[in-house]
Design a protein around this ligand. Structure first.
Ligand SMILES: [Zn+2]
Length: 275
């Protein structure tokens, strides 16, 4: 049986797959054997031969600035870590190397610690993949829901400001998520708890991705995100969804109930101050 909401959600997830995070199939997949890797402003860079050096330089400088912003807000422990970048000239050359089922614009390859991306990918795409890479620097093998929630949160947000909450940056989710939220709200159940254990297939093949993004925004709104992230980075072995409620399952259930009430009532395009 096909539910009414299935069709718009399928469309949504096709869009979201443009930003996929890859956690398996490790291999060193630089497609230009003659290209040499160089280091620049915290990145190990390999680029497709023939690209304009000036355009590459400008893009790397912008990427370094975005990284600084995201790192300062959420991942200070990633400072000094080097992140790999494989830069493709065109979407076509990228796709010839990225073996996904759906067309993609970029991905972070966890096993290589490399972002694969086209030179002219939009800023939101760069920021999304940088968030994956930075989270992986500070806590390897973090859960998929946290990876995607943070990656969507940083795409179009202004994170400059202080996480001490006195000077509050404002975050918002990208517009591509708004129709999905409307469809999701028509459901009787949101199954928020299921996101915490969702594997790669579940995250990308279902609404768990959307729930993860809005749940992360909710944590930000409740001023739980920054502080929990800091402790999550300081305490190896801790579980994020337990840390955020002091390991109290009753408190976690109450937080989720609050989230589900909020997500049904909130404007999908809401911009939220928080920390
Ligand atoms: Zn992603």
């Amino acid at each position: 049986m096909v539910r009414k909401a299935t069709r718009p959600l399928v469309f949504l997830f096709t869009l979201l797959a443009l930003l996929v995070f890859s956690g398996c199939r490790s291999s060193n997949r630089i497609p230009w054997p003659a290209a040499t890797e160089r280091t620049y402003r915290g990145f190990r860079v390999v680029e497709e031969p023939g690209l304009s050096p000036q355009t590459v330089q400008d893009t790397l400088d912008r990427a370094a600035d975005w990284r600084t912003e995201i790192e300062a807000a959420f991942f200070p422990a990633a400072a000094g870590h080097t992140i790999g970048l494989v830069i493709y000239a065109t979407a076509q050359s990228y796709r010839s190397n990225a073996h996904f089922h759906l067309d993609t614009l970029a991905h972070y390859e966890r096993a290589e610690n490399r972002i694969h991306i086209t030179l002219k990918a939009p800023s939101g795409t760069w920021r999304h993949e940088l968030a994956h890479a930075l989270l992986e620097q500070v806590r390897a093998n973090s859960p998929y829901w946290l990876h995607e929630g943070l990656a969507f949160l940083v795409m179009e947000s202004d994170l400059r400001g202080s996480l001490a909450c006195s000077s509050r940056p404002v975050v918002r989710l990208p517009a591509m998520l708004y129709p999905g939220l409307s469809a999701l709200r028509a459901r009787e159940q949101l199954n928020t708890t299921a996101i915490f254990d969702a594997d790669q297939q579940t995250i990308y093949g279902s609404e768990a991705l959307l729930v993860s993004a809005y749940f992360t925004l909710f944590l930000w709104k409740r001023q739980l995100l920054g502080d929990t992230l800091r402790r999550y980075q300081q305490e190896p072995g801790s579980s994020f969804d337990m840390l955020m409620v002091g390991s109290n399952l009753t408190a976690r259930a109450a937080l989720i109930a609050d989230f589900e009430a909020w997500v049904r009532a909130t404007d999908p395009a809401a911009a939220v101050p928080g920390c």
